[in-house]
Structures are given as structure tokens and as C-alpha cells.
Design a protein around this ligand. Structure first.
Ligand code: CUK
Ligand code: CUA
Length: 651
């Protein structure tokens, strides 16, 4: 029991109730009666802080949120869309994994998108999604596209925010994992994907003992073609990096535009082997006091790649390490104690780096680093010949923030917010003075954090979300696998206030971004009818009303079908066992939310047909029998009657 504010105490005293802190687990009960706010507070055991938090997040029916969060869905391979301040989940966007409700991975075109993410000949049905990146114009979110990576099977996806649908997955056999992904350059010229765990480039084999010579990292610059809304792999290139473990990346902006920054760990080049006489990787990789911040001139690198000073490796033009050194594309700066996050400040003038085993964040000055680079004033070289700048001459200073700092975001008032993993807290500190002004505890083990538009050139501040790894006692027990805990914090008052706990029971999200809602221009229908969302174009197989038909062609039976409340036309399909079947289905509705599903018994056919959407699906009718097909969305009063039969006559 801990008193909070005087008003709460006064109310509590007058009502004779216990006034308890909202930060310890407890059960709210009762609720109800007609006794007004004071009675409700008493019945539900709420403090004044609880009530103000409720007032700040409650969103009446029909009212929309101020912001969207786009959060990584972790292991689910999806993106979670959340409204702020209500913290209501608005959508899961299917990205790297089949998703039944959206019919993603069940029709021809979406299967093609997933198939583009195959690696080493394998279908991959999960992803370790880490870092979403909204497209930017002049360093500010423009609300058009979203990119996200899969760390485990290095892949990058493109999502169009017109319809919140994944349009493309790209992957390169050049690398075997990624982590510094995805980040975009300020005008979204490139989507950055850098490797984490070194491996021989291009999927070759070499024993791990050949680490120093044969293993390498790389950073891929995926060229984004905004007019097409797709990555253009043929205009993309990579830079070879030494076999350190490259970590998080961020793009320079404004004064540092043209450069990117990538952390690294394991400059010791330890590779494990704890049964081979070596220390385990974690201690082998933590011997050095300093690792290397990678400073890369991407604008110049793009010119070097264009000039053809590359080698083709696994189909990707690669600027070799020696070329990168010779052309002045790559520099290192020491960074302390197992660095993790690198975050460029809104002005682009500073780079904030946190060392997981340090209590400081280190603030690097772009002006100082650029001065050293221009003057060719290098302190030393790494074993591969990469020039290393002086640590002391590169930093503006350090801020003592607390235990286990990881990631930093910004507000519009000159403050930075750093997550403290070991301390389970967020530190708010002044960028100018490099001094902590306030801390707020979070529950528990915070990884990333985000503020509204907090990694752009013009952060809003306003709200902060702590993305906590552990929930422990925050929610009702659900067995040993607990949800993650997103905590919404209000930054608008004189003190940070915790507003809301949101369980995330889907995977470990890592990062998220928060964008003003009015920047998102989502469309409610596909118009004209017949558009395949995955190509974004009207399908050649789109079906018009009254043109429904079944045609037998040399390649099989083609069914041209429409869906409209409350029937499919045709609703009876007769084929022979062994026939190749091509279903072409258009939802010809043009009304908001008039989605139909299409399910076919025992053939694993499941489509979601949004208004105006067209899908194709091919399969062999190898099993004879009678198979009901029906609409899976309760679309009208006669939804249950929106059904038919797929009849497969035995051979
Ligand atoms: S990483 Cu997860 S807490 Cu992949 Cu961005 Cu830092
Ligand atoms: Cu269409 Cu139910």
C-alpha cells in the first residue's frame, strides 16, 4: 500500500478505502454500481493515477486513435498494428508466414511472394522479425510503405500501407543472418540489411576455424523503387565487411545524410567452440574493452557500385573490403563494452551508442568524426586495414544513464530516452547537457522503446512505449510461456506517467515505430473490382458479373467465379479425378467491409476476398468425392447459404 496523490488520498480517506499503487499486481473487482466516480474507484480499487491513466487512454466507441504503432510480431513473422493511446490491436499484417484469416499463403500470388523467401531450397514457415522501418521522405515518415526483416533467415519484406498487404520478400544468399535491418535512408533510396553472424559469403562452406580468412559480414543496400513500390534487386549492391558481428544500424540524416552507422560486437573474432578448448562465444566475444562502430559512406558506395568496382557473389554485386577501404567508404570508431543500439539524433549531428555492459551512453559527434575522416587522421587500422578513428576525438561526451542501456529515442524538446535492460527502467536525459533528468521503472527487462515519430528528423515525443521482454506478474497466469509487455507512457506532462500495460502474446517484437494516424491513407476497397492485392494490378483472370463460366483448356479446368452477397457463381463445379483445377474468383462487391471468404473442404483452399479483390488458386483434384465449399465470413443474413459443391467424379 503506497499513497500516490493528495486527491487520491482524500478520496480514499473519505471513502475509507485502501489507496494502493498501480505498480504492484492486484486484482480489480466489482466495478459497476451507480455511485459515481468515487464509488467506482472504491469498487475497483483504483487510485487517482489509475483514473487519469484511464482518462488518457480510453477511446470512446467510434473514435479513432491519434497514432499507429507498427510493431514487429517477433517469431510470428507478422507485423502488429496498434492504435495509440488506446493500445487496441487493429491488425496483424501477414508477412513471412502463411496467415489463414487473410488467406495469405493460400492463393497463387501470395504463395509466390512467400516462395521468393525460400533459402537453400527450403520453404521457411516462420521468421524472427526484428525491425520495422516506415518509408521516409526527407527523414520524416511519409506513411506509404513499411519494411521489416527476418533475422534468422535473412529476408526483407515490403508492405504497402495503402492496403496493409505484403507485396514482396527479397533475400540474398550472400549472407546467412541479418540484424541491422531494416533501416531506410532519409528518402528511402535504400533499405539497409546488414548481416549479424559472419559466414562465408554466398553460402559457401568453410570450417569455422577459417573464420579470420573465409568468414565475412556484409551490408546489403536494397534499392527501393518508390514508383513501383518494390525493391529492385538488380539495382542493389553490398559491401563486404570484416568478420565481426555487425549489430544494429541507423542511417544518418540532415548533416550526416549520406552515411550509415552499424554497431558491432565480437571484434575478438571468437567463434565459440566450448568443447574444442575455447571459451563459449559470449565470453570469447567480450574480451575487448572496445568494439567498432562502422561508419559507411553509402552515397559514395552507390557510385562505386555503379562504376562497376564490384565482384558478383551469389548474384549480388559486392564491393570487396579492400575496395571499400581504398575508396574511402568504410571507417571504424571504437565503442565501449558490448555495444547494442546506435541511434542518430533528430538533427543528425550526434550518434548515441549504448554499451550493454556500460552504464553510459556514448554520444559521438558527426562533425568531429567527419573532420577526422576528411583530414585522414586515423589512430590505427584494424587487422583488415580499415582505418580506425580516435575514440576520444570522436565523442562529444557520455551520459551516465544506468544499468544495461540498449536503445535510444528522442522527443521534440531535446531529450533522449534510453532503455535500461538490467535496471528495468527508461532514462530521460538531456542531449545538450548529457544528464539524466528523470527515470521511470518498467516491467520488466525492457529491450527497445519508441516515442512518437521518435527516430525521425521531427519527433513528436508525446507517447513512449516500453517494449518489455518479461511480464512475470503483470497479467493473469497463462502457463510458463508468458506474453511480452508493451507499456504506454505519457511524456506530455512534467513527469513521465505509466498509462497502460498491453500483453503481446505472439512472439518477441523487438522494435516498433509510431506514426501520426493522419499520415496513413489506407483504402477500404479494391477498385475497380478484380485487383490482385499481391501484384497490385487488375488480374488478367478478373471475372465480370455475367461472365462467370467454366472452361476446359489444355492445361486444365478453369473456373471463373464471382462472389457477391450471398452466392458464388457458379456454385456447382464438376471435375474429374486427376484434373488440374484453376479457380479464378473475384469479389465484385464495392462496399466497405464486404469481405467474403472461400473455403474448400479437404483441399487446403482458403481465400480472403476483400471488396474488389481477385485471387487465383491452382491445385490437382486428386481425391474423388463431394466437397462443400462455402464463404467463411459472416457477410449477410444469408451467409450460411453462401455455399456450393465441388464434385470430383472418380476415374
Ligand atoms: S534488437 Cu531486440 S532488444 Cu534485434 Cu533491435 Cu535490441
Ligand atoms: Cu460471403 Cu459469407
Amino acid at each position: 500500500m503506497k499513497p500516490t496523490t493528495t486527491l487520491a488520498i482524500a478520496i480514499a480517506a473519505s471513502l475509507g478505502v485502501a489507496c494502493s499503487s498501480s505498480s504492484s499486481p492486484q486484482t480489480t473487482s466489482g466495478g459497476g454500481g451507480g455511485g459515481g466516480v468515487a464509488q467506482l474507484m472504491k469498487d475497483r480499487n483504483l487510485t487517482e493515477a489509475d483514473v487519469t491513466a484511464a482518462l488518457k487512454t480510453f477511446t470512446p466507441s467510434g473514435r479513432h486513435d491519434e497514432y499507429y504503432i507498427f510493431a514487429s510480431g517477433g517469431h510470428s513473422g507478422q507485423v502488429i498494428v496498434i492504435g495509440v493511446p488506446s493500445m487496441r490491436i487493429l491488425k496483424y499484417i501477414a508477412v513471412f508466414t502463411p496467415e489463414p484469416w487473410q488467406g495469405y499463403g493460400y492463393g497463387d500470388e501470395s504463395m509466390k511472394i512467400l516462395a521468393a523467401g525460400r533459402r537453400h531450397g527450403h520453404d521457411i514457415t516462420w521468421a524472427d522479425t526484428h525491425h520495422p522501418a516506415l518509408s521516409e521522405t526527407a527523414g520524416d515518415y511519409d506513411g506509404q510503405y513499411l519494411f521489416i526483416n527476418d533475422k534468422s533467415n535473412p529476408r526483407v519484406a515490403v508492405i504497402d500501407l495503402k492496403d496493409f498487404t505484403t507485396k514482396q520478400i527479397v533475400t540474398s544468399p550472400l549472407i546467412e543472418s541479418d540484424h541491422g535491418a531494416t533501416m531506410v535512408t532519409p528518402d528511402t533510396d535504400y533499405v539497409i540489411e546488414s548481416s549479424q553472424y559472419p559466414a562465408p559469403l554466398g553460402g559457401e562452406y568453410a570450417d569455422v576455424k577459417e573464420w579470420n580468412d573465409k568468414y565475412r559480414g556484409a551490408v546489403i543496400f536494397w534499392k527501393f523503387d518508390r514508383a513501383k513500390g518494390r525493391i529492385d534487386p538488380t539495382s542493389s549492391f553490398a559491401i563486404e565487411l570484416p568478420p565481426y558481428m555487425q549489430d544494429i544500424a541507423d542511417a544518418g540524416k540532415k548533416v550526416s545524410d549520406g552515411w550509415i552507422f552499424i554497431n558491432s560486437l565480437d571484434t575478438e573474432r571468437a567463434w565459440g567452440g566450448n568443447k574444442e578448448g575455447n571459451p563459449p562465444l559470449e565470453s570469447g566475444a567480450s574480451q575487448n574493452d572496445m568494439d567498432y562502430l562502422h561508419v559507411i559512406n553509402w552515397k559514395k558506395a552507390a557510385e562505386v557500385a555503379k562504376a562497376g568496382k564490384t565482384e558478383q557473389i551469389a548474384g549480388m554485386p559486392v564491393i570487396r573490403l579492400q575496395t571499400a577501404i581504398d575508396e574511402g567508404l568504410l571507417y571504424f570508431v571504437p565503442e565501449p563494452k558490448s555495444p547494442h543500439g546506435v541511434d542518430v539524433t533528430p538533427s543528425g549531428e550526434d550518434m548515441v551508442v549504448s554499451g550493454k555492459l556500460d552504464t553510459h551512453t556514448t554520444v559521438y559527434s558527426w562533425a568531429q568524426m567527419k573532420g577526422l575522416i576528411d583530414a585522414k587522421e586515423f589512430a590505427t587500422k584494424d587487422p583488415y586495414g580499415v582505418p580506425v578513428l580516435s575514440f576520444e576525438k570522436s565523442i562529444r561526451g557520455q551520459a551516465e544513464v544506468g544499468l544495461g542501456p540498449l536503445h535510444t529515442q528522442f522527443d521534440g524538446d531535446g531529450f533522449a530516452y534510453t532503455s535500461l535492460f538490467l535496471e528495468s527502467a527508461v532514462a530521460k536525459w538531456s542531449l545538450a547537457k548529457l544528464e539524466v533528468v528523470e527515470k521511470i521503472p518498467v516491467n520488466y527487462n525492457i529491450g527497445h522503446l519508441l516515442t512518437a515519430e521518435g527516430d525521425t528528423v521531427s519527433p513528436d515525443g508525446h507517447y513512449l512505449v516500453a517494449m518489455n521482454k518479461w511480464a512475470i506478474d503483470r497479467f493473469a497466469p497463462v502457463g510458463p510461456l508468458l506474453p511480452q509487455n508493451f507499456q504506454l507512457v505519457d511524456l506530455s506532462g512534467p513527469k513521465m506517467q505509466l498509462l497502460y500495460d498491453m500483453p503481446i502474446p505472439l512472439g518477441e517484437p523487438h522494435y516498433a515505430q509510431m506514426i501520426k494516424a493522419d499520415k496513413i491513407k489506407a483504402e477500404n476497397i479494391y477498385s475497380p473490382a478484380g485487383i490482385d492485392p499481391y501484384t497490385g494490378e487488375r488480374s488478367a483472370n478478373a471475372v465480370e458479373p455475367n461472365q462467370e463460366r467454366i472452361e476446359v483448356k489444355p492445361d486444365g479446368v478453369h473456373v471463373y467465379m464471382t462472389a457477391i452477397r450471398s452466392h458464388f457463381t457458379p456454385d456447382i463445379i464438376r471435375v474429374k479425378q486427376g484434373d488440374q483445377v484453376h479457380l479464378h474468383i473475384t469479389n465484385i462487391e464495392q462496399a466497405d467491409d464486404a469481405t467474403h471468404g472461400f473455403a474448400l473442404d479437404s483441399y487446403n483452399v482458403n481465400l480472403s476476398l476483400e471488396p474488389g479483390e481477385h485471387n487465383d488458386v491452382d491445385f490437382v483434384a486428386d481425391a474423388a468425392g463431394v466437397f462443400p465449399m462455402y464463404c467463411t465470413e459472416f457477410c449477410s443474413a444469408l451467409h450460411l447459404e453462401m455455399a456450393g459443391y465441388f464434385l470430383v467424379e472418380p476415374k
